[in-house]
Design a protein around this ligand. Structure first.
Ligand SMILES: [Zn+2]
Length: 181
């Protein structure tokens, strides 16, 4: 008997809307190990939603890697004050607020700037925080610093060819800063 494909619909896998992909039992080796049964997936009804999400993660990851344009579209369609930030100033702000879910960064180019040695604040100038110019060190690329900060805070970084505003972000929560420069 050949293994039946398991369909991951958007309803079964929150966050995978529009995925529409199939995973065969051959791609789900952990399930067979867990069940201790050499037979292919006999009963998918015993899978919990959390388990399905865990199994779908690699598929979702691949989907995310191919979805840079979808991310850009989603950011562009978000109204002001919503879950998007575009432009360097807005993105510096939301990174500082730990609000970034996905940072959409350009796939090339550097934006030199400064980082405060005392509080870590990033900016285009030496005077971006209360500690003043004497505490600021030059950094070769603010975008890289922002990417590191985003990942450190549990977010993701997605390289896209031409993000809106030069750099953009999809947020976990709306922030009060609406400066889309
Ligand atoms: Zn500072």
């Amino acid at each position: 008997m050949s293994p039946a494909p398991v369909a991951f619909s958007g309803e079964q896998v929150p966050g995978a809307l529009g995925l529409g992909q199939l995973a065969t039992a051959a791609e789900l080796p952990e399930v067979q190990v867990r069940l201790g049964d050499p037979a292919p997936l006999a009963d998918t009804s015993t899978l919990t939603p959390a388990r399905v999400r865990a199994l779908a993660d690699p598929i979702i990851r691949t989907w995310v890697e191919n979805s840079g344009q979808q991310l850009v579209t989603r950011i562009q369609q978000e109204p002001p004050g919503g879950l998007a930030a575009t432009g360097l100033a807005a993105c510096l702000n939301v990174v500082r607020q730990h609000a970034v879910q996905i940072l959409a960064v350009p796939d090339h180019g550097l934006v030199p700037g400064f980082a405060c040695r005392r509080c870590g604040a990033l900016g285009r100038t030496r005077t971006g925080c209360a500690h003043g110019a004497s505490a600021a060190s030059a950094v070769p690329d603010l975008i890289e610093e922002m990417a590191v900060g985003t990942i450190h805070n549990g977010g993701q970084v997605q390289a896209v060819p031409d993000p809106p505003g030069g750099i953009a972000a999809w947020l976990r929560f709306p922030t009060s800063h609406r400066d889309n420069t």
